[in-house]
Design a binder for this molecule. Sequence first.
Ligand code: APR
Ligand code: PHB
Length: 395
Amino acid sequence: MGIVGAGPAGLLLGHLLHLNGIDSVIVENRSREYVIDRVRAGVLEQGTVDLLNAMGVGAGLQRAGLRHEGLYVSFRGSRHRIDLAELTGGKAITVYGQNEVVRDLIDARTATQRPLYFEADRVSIGGLDSSSPIIGFRHGGAGHEVHCDFVAGCDGFHGICRPSIPDGALTVYERVYPFGWLGILAEAPPSSDELVYTCHERGFALFSMRSPRVTRLYLQTLPDEPIENWSDDAIWDEMLERMTTRDGWRPTVGRIIQKSVTPMRSFVAAPMRHGCLFLAGDSAHIVPPTGAKGLNLAASDVLVLARAMKVYYEHGRRDRLDQYSDTCLRRVWKAQRFSWWMTSTLHRSPDQNGFDHQRQIADLDYLTSSRAAMTSLAEQYVGLPSEVSFDSAGL
Ligand code: APR
Ligand code: PHB
């Protein structure tokens, strides 16, 4: 299998195929350092943690991952805890930076000695309607062609694979939000053991962390807000204004070591397959980060794809390949719905009026006082059950 992109989707797929004895070549246009250092989200669902462990790549996660059995929702100046583990029969989420996941997977790939090209230039794919597609690229000054049975488009939202599908073959569903997230990493010990999602009149804010010494915080801003408009002092003032609760809880202030603004969108391209090209992860769908689902969806896509490949190579059966898109999209749409709901319940829209804000507060009041509503959030936040068992994917 030819895999375009060495983000979480491409690397996880490569390792799942390896564990099933299926050859793959991974082609990435950025450098190894760039791919590892890119700052991204960091919440792993229970199923993603179980998958990484079952794949034998969970050592870093077990050492440095922070298991969270609950989270807080904060509004009107009070924090309300939702006990994820108690409501889901013991499931939890783990905070472990995507950078670390990617680093662990690159190490695992390197140990298999299977091909992984970084800094590949002029990457192209062709022959998608045939049974022998080709990935072309240049590397180290030389031209390469990989002749494969299938291509996995794991090259993210801005990659080349989705645009290679002819016009008319894909339907795109999209919602672009009128806000973005300003995210910072700060050298400050986290002042809460668990995440705090805040709905404030001035806009959404999120308290998260990366380690016992590093806090990760987000602030709702305009989607195209230049980061230069925000001095470090202004960022801290706004964070504290939105997050400080009546009981005096607030994030610990520290030196800001990284800051950036990300726009937010919901996006699905369907179907996730065209001929012998299979899209997986961000190349097929984007969720706003509020539900923390991006990496987890990429993981569930490639688990389905690896299982389909295993069935194909072991038994010559194409039925799982044919079901790939529908199987993935069922989960994708549920995650889209959850991410949209979290986003619209917690953020302030520019066209929002007093009625809308009061309705949001009532939504949050209901959420934090009804066991049924908390259970609904909890089971989606820790991750809905996978469509595929680890056994059937060869783990
Ligand atoms: N050729 C080769 N590689 C490419 C090309 C190209 N033309 N275009 C993009 N890529 C690479 C990117 O450099 C990146 O390393 O594909 C990779 C895609 O990785 P991600 O964007 O991380 O997407 P994915 O693996 O689907 O992971 C989804 O990670 O991006 C986050 O928020 C996202 O959490 C979600 C998860
Ligand atoms: C993060 O820690 O980066 C994070 C946590 C929760 C989210 C999004 C991002 O919903």
